[in-house]
Design a protein around this ligand. Sequence first.
Ligand SMILES: [Zn+2]
Length: 144
Amino acid sequence: MSENLLVPCAQCASLNRIPRDRLGQTPRCGHCKAEVLGERPFELNTGNFARQCKGDLPLLVDVWADWCGPCKAFAPTFAQAAAQLRGRCRLGKLDSEANRELAGRLGIRSIPSLILYRDGREVARQSGALPLHPLLAWLNGQGI
Ligand SMILES: [Zn+2]
């Protein structure tokens, strides 16, 4: 018997129960039928943030804004990391301009900012973009 993990759906944030050994088999959400673990970063917002932080897989948040050049330059790297870490870590993007109050509550002072959550709690934070390999190494240092 494989251990069951609780994983929020990238699309609708419903919690899904997925056996660990099936994480790599593109499981579908029992509620909305979308892929629970998409290959691309998903959108975080004020409405889904608390639910998306939950579950048994860590969540890496990229806090960005449309007017921020470094954020835009970092987007392809973040997308590559999402594809590589699929099934191990969930990657979501939070638009700080569209979710100002939430960004304020998170204490965001500069963007891009990366925040790593585990079990609904912040466990690490990085200000500024990283190239892919240093990013993966940083996550590796956090046990991912
Ligand atoms: Zn869903």
